[in-house]
Design a binder for this molecule. Structure first.
Ligand SMILES: [Zn+2]
Length: 571
């Protein structure tokens, strides 16, 4: 069959049915695999899988861009129910065929390594359990998403309550925090019950897959070939040694600036200098053109990419009715284009989000030439994917002022930079807490199947990693804080990636402060590799070390604190 005849335009892709895809899968399944035929076979398969993938994401985008579009929603559900399961089974057959052939096509080592891991943990017995787990996830998301409180006579979701933590009036912040918190505490028993239903399902999944424990299962499932649980623990210890004291300094500064005796959980988001929030732009056009100007300064190629996204309507940035909440950047793998979705609110947060998602989007452009199985979202390691985005946030940081065509006056730029750098420092200890908690959970499945024991452990780890915020009298809030850390429920062990990526991103930034051109060239080289090489090599190509140690971390923290000092002088 001629795989070039698969459609490439959005309209035709959206019109495809499973019966259109099936003959292509059958064709690949029937072909003989040998040294001479493997390259064409892989290319054809890549084209087909990219089409199915793009079909899914185009529908997903359509449902988030307009949540009221019932027709698209119907097509999306149909895709999930009809095309996806068939495609998944067909894909697995082809993966098995490739593995059974014993062939190892050139520059496909990492692809094969991932497929081997998938095959190793796959068992039909787990399909109903994975579906059961998915139902629990949906139940959790629904429960958390449905929580509302009354605020000044108005019903508000917890997300809608969050901006109140930026209020300069401390009593308002405190009341907003307490109202939200008591709503969560009300659900304590329900969330704990739900947790206790997750555990047996996960333990059984690991057992069925013949894995010694659930963590070992997750390690394969997340393709974590290049680091071990021990590395993660070394990382936690390094964070405790090097970052926790730096985070305490951040909290101490905040406390002094706010002029409060102790820092309470409702004091963490408000501007500590009491300045009015920055409004970075007047119109969406201005937002786009200034974003483009910043990217252009980082590298003219990034300016070009962003222009393409502007010209082709690949940016959905404004907040409006019937638009889904949140933000993302995702790849359309046939069109070789990214799509960025953000809900702008005209705050400094928009600028930061744009730079972050921009990094993801340019990663998509740069790796477009790589085989689908070494570039698609599932195969791209998040530990490096987030270096692309967090790295961009830092690489772009010198160009955010008006002087470079950006958004800010010098002092606004300094404020935004301090905020970014301080949040990087305070993120690491929190990340270590979440990760250490999950290691404990799956190392002690008996104990952690009892949610009250989880509460106890969480509080203990909180004290280890999060000193500086006073929770006295708020012990229940502290003990149950993990209830709203969704990853623990819906993406077990998915969190350390951000901590590892941040350490990579800071190293890329450190390089740029010495030699901007070379640092960006190395960063781009690494982006262009997709997932064709292991993590340490991706990091090395970007000019960074894939690291867990206190020394590398200390260099990152020292630089961050040094630049915070420079910025303070500009306030
Ligand atoms: Zn990201």
């Amino acid at each position: 069959m001629n795989f070039q005849s698969l459609p490439t335009d959005a309209k035709s892709i959206l019109a495809l049915k499973w019966t259109d895809y099936e003959p292509y899968y059958k064709d690949l399944e029937a072909r003989e695999l040998n040294k001479g035929s493997i390259d064409i076979w892989l290319n054809d398969w890549s084209t087909l899988a990219a089409t199915v993938d793009e079909h899914y994401w185009r529908l997903y985008i359509a449902t988030t861009v307009n949540t009221a579009d019932k027709e698209r929603e119907g097509q999306f559900n149909q895709h999930i129910e009809e095309i996806q399961p068939m495609a998944k089974t067909a894909e697995q057959k082809l993966k098995d065929k490739l593995l059974a052939s014993g062939l190892s096509p050139k520059s496909f080592e990492t692809g094969l390594r991932m497929m081997r891991a998938e095959a190793e943990i796959f068992t039909e017995d787990n399909l109903p359990l994975l579906a059961e787990e998915q139902k629990l996830v949906t139940e959790y998301n629904k429960l958390i998403g449905s929580l509302t409180v009354m605020w000044d006579g108005e019903e508000r979701t917890l997300t809608q309550m969050f901006p109140l933590l930026f209020e300069t009036d401390r009593s308002v912040r405190q009341r907003a925090w307490e109202v939200s918190q008591s709503r969560l505490i009300k659900e304590r028993r329900n969330i704990n019950d739900l947790w206790e239903r997750f555990m047996p399902v996960r333990l059984k999944i690991a057992e069925n897959a013949d894995m010694p424990d659930y963590r070992a299962y997750t390690w394969k499932q997340k393709f974590r070939f290049d680091y071990s649980p021990e590395d993660c623990k070394a990382f936690h210890a390094a964070i405790e040694e090097v970052v926790v004291p730096a985070a305490s300094r951040v909290y101490e500064r905040r406390k002094q600036r706010l002029g409060v005796e102790v820092l309470r959980p409702w004091d963490l988001f408000v501007d500590p200098l009491g300045a009015t929030p920055i409004k970075p732009y007047e119109s969406m056009d201005e937002f786009k053109s200034k974003s483009r100007a910043i990217f252009e300064q980082v590298d003219p190629k990034f300016g070009e990419y962003f222009q393409i996204m502007m010209d082709e309507g690949l940016l959905d940035l404004d907040s409006r009715k019937n638009k889904a909440p949140g933000g993302y950047s995702l790849g359309l793998h046939v069109a070789h284009r990214p799509f960025i979705f953000i809900n702008n609110t005209n705050t400094a947060w928009d600028v930061q989000t744009m730079l972050h998602e921009g990094g993801h989007a340019f990663h998509e452009f740069e790796r477009a030439h790589v085989h689908f199985y070494q570039r698609g979202e599932i195969y791209l390691p998040a530990e490096f994917g987030e270096v692309a985005s967090m790295g961009m946030e830092l690489l772009a940081s010198p160009y955010k002022t008006k002087e470079y065509g950006g958004f800010y006056t010098e002092s606004e730029g300094a404020r935004a930079m301090i905020e970014l750098l301080e949040s990087n420092i305070t993120f690491w200890p929190y990340m270590a807490l979440v990760d250490a908690f999950q290691h404990w959970i799956y190392e002690n499945p008996k104990e952690s199947s009892d949610a009250s024991k989880c509460e106890e452990k969480w509080a203990e780890l909180w004290d280890r990693f999060m000193p500086g915020i006073d929770y006295s009298g708020l012990e229940d809030a502290k003990r149950t804080y993990w209830h709203r850390q969704s990853h623990i429920f819906n993406g077990p062990f998915y969190y350390v990636e951000y901590g590892l990526a941040l350490l990579g991103a800071v190293q890329v930034w450190a390089n740029a402060r010495k030699d901007q051109k070379k640092a960006v060239a190395d960063y781009r080289k690494a982006l262009a590799l997709g997932a064709t090489v292991p993590l340490p090599e991706l990091f090395a190509t970007a000019g960074a070390k894939f690291a867990f140690d206190a020394k590398t971390l200390k260099q990152a923290v020292d630089l961050t604190e040094e630049v915070i000092g420079e910025m303070e002088a500009k306030l």
